[in-house]
Design a protein around this ligand. Structure first.
Ligand code: FAD
Length: 376
């Protein structure tokens, strides 16, 4: 089985690893691997804290992925000798004022109704857990099983594992899809080279529908949702676990790394393919982060960046075969692509190899958009 995967972000890389390890001849195509959202993401692994009403299937997918993470990382680090910065120290979510606390109480009741363990904390307990929190913080929740990973360490490890399993990386842009006898037959690169394959997986984030020659209506529309983040650096440990906060209704989070980096994120902006970092975006992040953790103003500034989350029409991943035989998609991971990496790789590799696909995948098939996609 020859497979071409377009896009080497977390989704394409992890799928390449699993599909190559499963026996396929895999070619990954990306002019700049891991240069999209995967290079910007904070890397929180939090199906629980991110829980939103009506997203129960996504919660199940997130839990399935989080439960796979430990073994996934152990295998990856063992195979490659590379550290991924994986942490399982829980995530604390705190409320700045009484209204924010009301919102967290609603969230806790919803989580408990789904049987998810969360611990409600008083303001004092929050500060005991994270002493740098502002004295005014009203209360919070601890999701003890959540964690984080450093996506900038994860992606090189995934590429090394994929290559070790036999996958080949071609550093070029896929410009067009080759279609023969009404089926995908490979891709045409931007230098005109044709890469022929039995199956093509589009895992190019919000650019997944950009190839010439895609029959209209085969790939669900995936829009870019901009997120800006700031990277700071602490000389001594600043917070001991990922800390999210609601500050007067708006969300902010800080994710610490073992080397002292603290990632502050993230804005959520629907501005097309715009990756400019703006003064307003940074100001909002620092304003809210300082309300929760006043000491952040003492940290050293390291970097600002913006990335584009791939958002499908229902903000959930789109994984599986399209209406064009031989053409598959693996995108739409929106705010959760790093969390969903292990389960997505299992789902997509199984789909590509005609192996049994995990049950949690069913709600995320591309055919849920078929009525929207069918040509007029
Ligand atoms: P991408 O990482 O965007 O990769 C797409 C790749 O496709 C790129 O490398 C690009 O070069 C390549 N490409 C594009 N066009 C072509 C082409 N024509 N030919 C070949 N290659 C092409 N998720 C979490 O789980 N936890 C978090 O804490 C988190 N925080 C985030 C914070 C921010 C600010 C942002 C922006 C995202 C965050 N996410 C988080 C979401 C996560 O980053 C994404 O869901 C995930 O990275 C998507 O991965 P991907 O592989 O689909 O796409």
């Amino acid at each position: 089985m020859e497979i071409v995967i377009v896009g080497a972000g977390v989704v394409g890389l992890a799928t390449a690893w699993r599909a190559a390890a499963g026996g396929a001849a895999v070619t990954l195509v990306d002019p700049e691997p891991a240069s999209g959202a995967s290079a910007v993401a904070a890397g929180m692994l939090t199906p629980v804290s991110e829980l939103t009403y009506g997203e129960e299937p996504l919660l199940r997918l997130g839990l399935a992925s989080r439960d796979r993470y430990g073994a996934f990382v152990a295998e990856l680090e063992d195979l490659t000798g590379l550290d991924t910065g994986y942490r399982t120290d829980g995530i604390i979510e705190v409320a700045f004022d009484a209204d924010d606390l009301g919102h967290l109480d609603d969230l806790r009741r919803f989580q408990e109704s789904l049987g998810i363990p969360v611990e409600a904390l008083t303001g004092r307990e929050c500060r005991r857990a994270e002493p740098m929190l502002a004295p005014g913080v009203r209360g919070g929740l601890l999701a003890p099983e959540d964690g984080s990973i450093d996506p900038r360490r994860l992606t090189p490890a995934l590429l090394a594992a994929a290559e070790r399993a036999g996958a080949r990386l071609v550093r070029r842009r896929a410009a067009g899809l080759l279609v023969e006898r009404d089926a995908a037959a490979g891709v045409r690169l931007d230098d005109g080279t044709e890469l022929r394959a039995d199956r093509v997986l589009l895992a190019a984030g919000p650019w997944s529908g950009d190839l010439d020659g895609l029959p209209p209506g085969t790939v669900p529309p995936v829009r870019p949702v901009k997120g800006q983040v700031i990277r700071l650096r602490a000389r001594t440990p600043f917070i001991s676990r990922s800390t999210r906060g609601i500050v007067k209704g708006s969300s902010v989070y800080l994710v610490p790394r073992a080397d002292g980096e603290v990632v502050v994120g993230a804005t959520q902006e629907e501005l097309g393919f715009d990756t400019r970092v703006t003064a307003g975006g940074l100001w909002e992040l620092l304003r809210d982060a300082r309300e929760l953790l006043p000491g952040i103003t003492e940290l050293e500034f390291a970097e600002v960046s913006a990335g584009l989350r791939p958002g499908s029409p229902d903000n959930a991943p789109v994984m599986g075969p399209t209406a064009l035989p031989g053409l598959y998609v693996g995108t739409g991971h929106f705010r959760n692509g790093v969390l969903l990496t292990p389960v997505s790789a299992d789902i997509l590799a199984a789909t590509l190899l005609d192996a049994p696909v995990p049950d949690v995948a069913a709600p995320f098939s591309p055919d849920r958009f078929s009525s929207e996609l069918s040509p007029e």
